[in-house]
Unconditional design. Structure first.
Length: 322
């Protein structure tokens, strides 16, 4: 649906986006995840044609955003971080204005506006001035203008920023509903938001793409992504030798737990190997009872910090070598 190739944006000596390349497929929710200042909004602005890239190419449904802007933009609905609202209009007036801008056929406008307002739950507010709405409802109106015309791709920049917990849950639910008929791209620096709604995550740091995968598969990119924590009774050397005899074991740490009178054993494996059964059988063979066993899965937060910190360190090392 969208193909981004070697996208670059420079402002003087500052490179905001540094040779980004990725593909967006139909019918999924994609999350742009990165710290503030990582280049997420700049990337979205270039994809939507709001600003021009310094280098690179964005193709939307076969249309180059710079060479065929009108055709490309027809495929996109965009909600910037600050919704593009006219506060002195009523909600209904604004929706009619947007329908006019999007050149929606007149015979379809009324029914489409009603349908979209009902979808984002702003029908009861249609005769209210936008300036009198709460931030949550303004965000819904902004979302409605992005959906109007039913573009194939809906791009949302920090869609829940500044909202209260109830509003955040409602907007997230709405985004999930959109997936049924649209491809959705959203940016966020909030990890829980991305893991809650996205099928696929692109992690951006210092304008570069440092990782892209499903939230579950991203754990494979983290060091020691599969860890088994156990409480085992027996002789330390026997336990350690037994664990290390299992092929898939990467590292083992053992420390005595005086309260339990047993050993705290932490075992990390290559990628996502599951060794619980092998460990159980080995300890049973050595007559070392396992009192407790827990498999730890690395969180998206840990992966995010590891990837963005390593990118930051590489940047620092590169700068110091110049």
């Amino acid at each position: 649906m969208i193909e981004v190739t070697n996208l670059v944006k420079r402002y003087g000596d500052h490179t905001a986006v540094d040779h980004l390349s990725f593909r967006i497929e139909k019918g999924k929710i994609y999350g742009f995840l990165g710290p503030n200042g990582a280049g997420k909004s700049t990337t979205m602005n270039m994809i939507t044609g709001y600003i021009a890239s310094t280098e690179g190419k964005v193709v939307i449904d076969g249309h180059d955003i710079l060479e065929e802007p009108e055709e490309a933009k027809k495929c996109i609905g965009y909600l910037p971080e600050q919704p593009p609202l006219y506060f002195d209009m009523t909600v209904l007036e604004y929706m009619k204005f947007v329908a006019d801008l999007k050149k929606i056929p007149r015979k379809e406008r009324e029914s489409m506006i009603e349908e979209v307002m009902d979808m984002v739950k702003i029908t009861d507010m249609k005769n209210r001035l936008i300036k009198n709405l709460s931030k949550g409802y303004r965000q819904r109106v902004g979302l409605a203008q992005a959906i109007l015309g039913y573009p194939e791709v809906i791009i949302l920049d920090e869609p829940t920023v500044g909202l209260d917990p109830k509003q955040i849950i409602e907007i997230r639910s709405l985004i999930k509903e959109l997936k049924k008929k649209h491809t959705v791209i959203l940016s966020s620096h909030i990890l829980s938001e991305v893991s809650a709604v996205c099928d696929y995550v692109l992690i951006i740091s210092h304008g570069r793409l440092v990782a892209s995968d499903t939230p579950d598969n991203l754990s494979r990119l983290a060091e020691g992504s599969n860890t088994l924590n156990m409480l085992v009774k027996g002789e330390k050397e026997l336990i350690e030798t037994g664990i290390k005899s299992i092929d898939k074991v990467k590292e083992t740490e053992i420390g005595f737990n005086e309260e339990e009178g047993a050993w705290n054993v932490s075992v990390s494996t290559e990628e996502q190997e599951d060794i619980r059964e092998e460990v159980f059988l080995k300890m049973a063979e050595l007559h070392c009872p396992i009192l407790e066993m827990k498999s730890k899965k690395v969180s998206l937060e840990e992966i995010f910090l590891e990837l963005t910190e390593s990118e930051k360190n590489e940047e620092t090392n590169h700068d110091s070598s110049l």
